[in-house]
Design a protein around this ligand. Sequence first.
Ligand SMILES: NC(=O)c1ccc[n+]([C@@H]2O[C@H](COP(=O)([O-])OP(=O)(O)OC[C@H]3O[C@@H](n4cnc5c(N)ncnc54)[C@H](O)[C@@H]3O)[C@@H](O)[C@H]2O)c1
Length: 379
Amino acid sequence: MKSPSNSSPVRIGIIGGGLMGREAASALARWFTLVDYPVRAVLIAVCDLQPGLLDWFRQVPTVKHLDTNHRDLLKRDDVDVVYVAVPHHLHEEIYLDVLRAGKDLFAEKPFGIDLAASRRIRDEAVKLGRFVRVSSEFPFLPGVHRAWTLAASGSLGRIIEARCAFLHSSDLDPTKPINWKRQAKYCGEIGVMGDLGMHVTHVPLRLGWKPASVYAQLQKIYPTRPDGKGGTAACDTWDNATLHCTAPIAGHPTPLTLEMKRLAPTETNTWIFEVLGTDRGVRFSTKEPKTFWTYRRDKEQWWEKTDLGFGTPFKTITGGIFEPGFPDILQQMWAAFIAERAGLLGDKFGCATPDEAVAHHEIWAAALVSNQGQKVVSL
Ligand SMILES: NC(=O)c1ccc[n+]([C@@H]2O[C@H](COP(=O)([O-])OP(=O)(O)OC[C@H]3O[C@@H](n4cnc5c(N)ncnc54)[C@H](O)[C@@H]3O)[C@@H](O)[C@H]2O)c1
């Protein structure tokens, strides 16, 4: 493999230096922890509207430019790739500006506020020939990667059913002040599906399990929240979504349940994937991040438990017996993005594609229609 020190680095700019912008900076700042990895990546420029937030990035030695207008960042010749992590109502405008500035794009989910926006972004990327991928980090967790590999192997027999869920509970506190993620004009009418949905659909879509129909149960549980200024504000996004889908798997219509919940008691950031087949099955949850369950059918039927270590797709300095966490899988996702852009991904799992992002929006658009009419909707 080529030594990273012999190649010129990919120069990254970040637009949106909030929660995820800073996580991206952390992943890039530790690039030297990747072992035998072929490409260097460095964070060069950051843009956020809030000058106070930009100050945090002064700690990152490679950062040369701090901008408060994203168009200033996009004019910079020393930026090759732009990662954008801003509220959903700004995705389309800023993603299109990135593409038209001749930069490659690492986009945050949900890739546009709605289906129409996602299609316009995807189509512009194709027209301009830019490399674009969408952020979705869970497949880079060893347990998820193992579950995907097993599900894709064909060894499960006929798939009986599958469930993918992503559950949060921080919104159970009704005194939590409102933010943009709880308001439809910023987050999108699809609410929690835009917020958590890429995480539950990335693996099934990559397996080719595309829903053919959906029956959606959408819930708004707290209609108002404190506005943070002593009053209350309407909380008009969907809090919880349970989608009962039918997906053709190996030619058989198969139940596929997709759950996205902001009010799921006791769950912090729980990602779940369960597939039951006639011969074998798999179950993984971030609630037990080291524990990988597989089911097999013999004379009797068995659930077997394996303890996982640091078996990430891209090798790092961290020893094999240790446990990976959220910052590690974000770095792995970045490593997959940079490797695929360089044509060096090989057979490793790649980041979500614009087509997958559009496909996930198609499910949410159908879910809104289903919930409104309380009916099954074909996709
Ligand atoms: N992959 C994940 O696990 C994950 C987790 C959380 C959020 N997200 C996604 O990341 C994106 C951002 O979410 P977040 O939690 O980081 O939000 P955030 O509110 O913490 O940060 C957004 C930042 O964007 C900045 N901003 C707003 N308008 C801007 C503009 N015109 N130019 C430059 N900066 C601007 C804000 O000042 C803020 O600092 C969303 O698309 C969200 O869905 C992904």
